[in-house]
Structures are given as C-alpha cells and as structure tokens.
Design a protein around this ligand. Structure first.
Ligand SMILES: Cc1ncc(COP(=O)(O)O)c(C=O)c1O
Length: 447
C-alpha cells in the first residue's frame, strides 16, 4: 500500500497558523502531497512522523554527504556543547578546521567562515569588485548562488523573457530586490565556450569575476563540456578577473579536493557549504592570498556574530576527517553506486514506458523525464532543459516514489551518501519498481 501522511498533514495545518506558509524555506512547499515532518534519520534511512521509512537521496538538500546522524559527529557536537555553544571569539578548533581545508584544497591558501553559502557568495562578490575596481559579475543561466539579491539574478529566467541566445536576460525571481542589482550582472549560457568568449569580450574591462557551479547541480546536473573550465581560467587570467567556483554542492562530494580537484582547475575563490558542515549551519570562503587581500587590509568588510561557531566547527572537523578517512576509493565507491542507480532507473523507465534519462556524474544526478516528442541525447544547458524536461511528469513520478519510500530532491536531484550500501540501492530499486508501475498506470499528461 502506498504511504499515507495523516500526521504530517495535521502538523502542516497547524504550522500554517504560526509559520508563514507553514515552511521556513519556500522550496519545501514543493513536496507533494504535503511537506513532510521527520522524526529521525540514520545513515541513508529516514523516518517521518507517520512512521514511514524512506531510503533518502534528498539528504538535507545534499548537505548530508555522511548520511543522517552519523555517530561520530553527534559525539563531537555533544562534547563541544558541554564546553560552550558560542563565544563570538577565537578557539583552536577554527584553526584546526582551516588547516584541514588548506591541506585538502590547493587553492585554499586562506579561509574565512560564515553560516550559509549565501553569505559566502556575497563576500566573494564584494572581494571581486574591490580586487578589480570593476562592478560587473558574469554568471550563467540556471546556476544558483544563494537566495540573496545578488545570487539569483538570471537564475531561472522565465522562457518568455529569455532574450536571444547571445544575450540572456538578467531577470530576478523575487520581488523586493534592489532594482540596480540586476544591472550588476552579465548572464551567459552554460556549456558554450565560443558564446562565453564573445560575452566576456562584449564587456571586456568591466567584469570583476566569473562565478559558476562547476557541475550545474541546480539545473539538471550538467557537467562542464570539455574546455569550459579551462576557458574560464584563461579568460580570468587574461582580463584580471577572479574565478569564483561555487562548490556549495560539489565541495567534498567530489573527493577531498572537491570538483576543482576532480576536474583539475584552480579558482581564485571557492564557496563551500553543505558537506563542509554536514548539516550544521556552516560555510566557508576559501581563496588565494591575493584574492583575499582586501579582507586582510580591512578594505572589504567580512563579519558575522556566529562565524566560526564552535558547534559548527566541531561538526566540520569531524566531516573533513571523515572525507579523508574514506581513503583513495572516494569518491569512486559512491559514484559507482550512483551510476548503477541511474542505469537501473533508466531500465525501469524503459520497462514501464517512462522516458527517464538520468543525467550527471553519479555522485549526484538529475532525473530528467523527456517531454513527448523531445529529442534524445544529453541536455546541455538551462534552455535545453526547460525545453525537453517534463517537470509535471517528474513531479508525479517523484510522488509515487515518495509514497513507496524513496525520496529524491523535489526538483529531481538525487545525491548518494557515503553510507549508502549496495543493499540500499537494491531496496530502493525494488520500491521504485512498484512506484514506476503506479506512475505508468495513473499518469495523465495535462491537456
Ligand atoms: C551552488 C549553491 N550556491 C549557494 C547556495 C546557497 O547555500 P545556502 O542555502 O547555505 O545559503 C546553494 C544552496 O543550495 C547552492 O546550491
């Protein structure tokens, strides 16, 4: 029998009386049939308040690289909590965490801590402008850099306002932003090297930085095409711009050296979030000494009451040691599991007439469902994704999966943790088979 969610539904009704919209982050409303309330988690397993058990691939929007409630982390947090939860001052732990990051990421010559990647992105943009004396930042369509005014420009341009392929629009999905913010960004399409060169040339001398997700995890999990990252590096060097690698999702998931180690490039600034804190509110800006210089000189303000919070630091130290403890087979082991899951989901789709085409490097992937008549072949950029991905059909399939106890991120992203075992993937596929059959029997395309 598919799961039911009576207790979550009752809590959601109650929450709406005290919390705006019943949730504390807009995206959580996407979960259908109801935003779920959870009771506990362990490794890849998650239980909601109705007692339903899930094999979890949502993993706290990717933050839980080490699974739910890893035992060692709980102990590290408890030990630190007994010593103090907050000092707004220095402690040796922050040096220990900084030194670990330095060791793991060659481009991390120096670091600063914050509590969210949104804040770190703001600091990186400020540094880039101060460093170059220029105001424009080039970013890519479909890339997400946090929810602040600056991070969302051109993120999900609505199709009606795309602009031509050569000049993507810089719309903002939120009302209430400082209108001038939109003018501080140049938007380019992802994965088109020649277009990027033209876009940079068009604004040559005015650009402070190029910012990007090395794998476009926030739209369809699009890996960079051959030569793209090297071109970004080359253009940044040529024009004195800072290369800002937003590794909020890819950081440590792609190995101790992050995506920059995996793909082999060296950015000026790196944004770290999610896995660096393993589910605690912790994020870091890492960079070269030259790129960090304006913070050192005091010309760029970087602050925060909870920066370097000892609880987050205790968690982060545990997380970074856990990455190293995975040894030389990391990230190949979770990657192989993810690839097997992708292949098996594709096969299940074939069996049930569902045009599912998972895309991504396995460590993380996106469940693309092709629209009727859409062309085959890998999706390349945000526009291609909007044109070919059948979002309503994925939403229906995702709900069927959830009701059988397999949980992916609402928008279609699946992450693999270091705790998923081959048996967990087998069990997820056994459940998915039931979900696919029900989806195939009940899905009706909107007319
Ligand atoms: C690539 C990227 N950058 C920045 C952020 C913002 O992170 P946070 O929600 O911690 O502010 C996110 C969040 O999902 C992200 O995926």
């Amino acid at each position: 029998m598919p799961y039911t969610f009576a207790r979550s539904e009752a809590l959601f009704r109650r929450a709406q009386q005290s919390i705006v919209g019943g949730v504390n982050s807009g995206i959580r409303k996407m979960e259908a049939p109801v935003p779920l309330y959870f009771a506990r988690g362990s490794g890849p397993n998650l239980w909601d308040v109705d007692g339903n058990h899930y094999l979890d691939f949502q993993l706290g929007q990717g933050a839980l690289l080490y699974g739910h409630a890893p035992a060692g982390m709980a102990e590290a947090l408890a030990a630190q909590a007994k010593l103090g939860t907050h000092w707004a001052a220095q402690c040796e732990l922050e040096i220990e965490v900084a030194e670990r990051i330095q060791k793991m990421i060659p481009a991390a010559e120096l670091v600063r801590f914050n509590n969210s990647a949104t804040e770190v992105v703001s600091a990186a943009f400020r540094l880039a402008r101060a460093h170059t004396g220029r105001k424009l930042i080039l970013r890519f369509e479909g890339h997400y850099h946090g929810w602040a005014d600056e991070g969302l420009v051109g993120f999900a341009n609505p199709a009606a306002a795309w602009g031509d392929d050569e000049n993507p629009a810089h719309t903002h999905p939120s009302k209430g932003v400082i209108p001038e913010v939109l003018e501080q960004f140049v938007v380019a399409r992802w994965n088109d090297v020649a277009h990027l060169r033209r876009r940079v040339d068009q604004f040559r001398g005015q650009l402070a930085a190029i910012v990007f997700e090395p794998v476009l995890c926030n739209t369809c999990c699009l890996e960079p095409v051959e030569g793209l990252l090297a071109t970004i590096r080359e253009l940044c060097d040529r024009d004195g711009m800072l290369m800002i690698s937003d590794e909020t999702i890819t950081g440590f998931r792609f190995g101790a050296g992050c995506a920059q180690g995996y793909y082999g490039y060296k950015p000026d600034l790196t944004v770290l979030g999610k896995a660096v804190g393993g589910g605690t509110p912790f994020a870091a800006l890492a960079g070269t000494k030259a790129a960090m210089a304006k913070i050192l000189s005091g010309e760029v303000v970087h602050a925060g009451t909870l920066n370097g919070n000892p609880l987050c630091l205790a968690a982060s130290k545990w997380c970074l040691d856990e990455v190293v403890a995975q040894g030389p087979d990391f990230p190949q082991v979770p990657q192989a599991l993810g690839r097997r899951l992708m292949d098996s989901l594709t096969a299940l789709g074939r069996e049930h007439g569902v045009p599912l085409r998972p895309q991504g490097p396995g460590l993380i992937f996106h469940a693309v469902v092709l629209k009727p008549g859409a062309a085959e072949g890998p999706i390349r950029d945000y526009r291609d994704y909007v044109r070919r991905h059948d979002a309503p059909r994925w939403a229906h399939l995702r709900r069927c999966l959830l009701e059988e106890g397999v949980r992916a991120i609402e928008r279609g992203l699946w992450s693999i943790s270091t705790t998923h075992q081959p048996a967990d993937i087998d069990e997820a596929l056994r459940r998915a088979r039931v979900a696919f059959a029900r989806h195939a029997a009940t899905w009706q395309a909107p007319v």
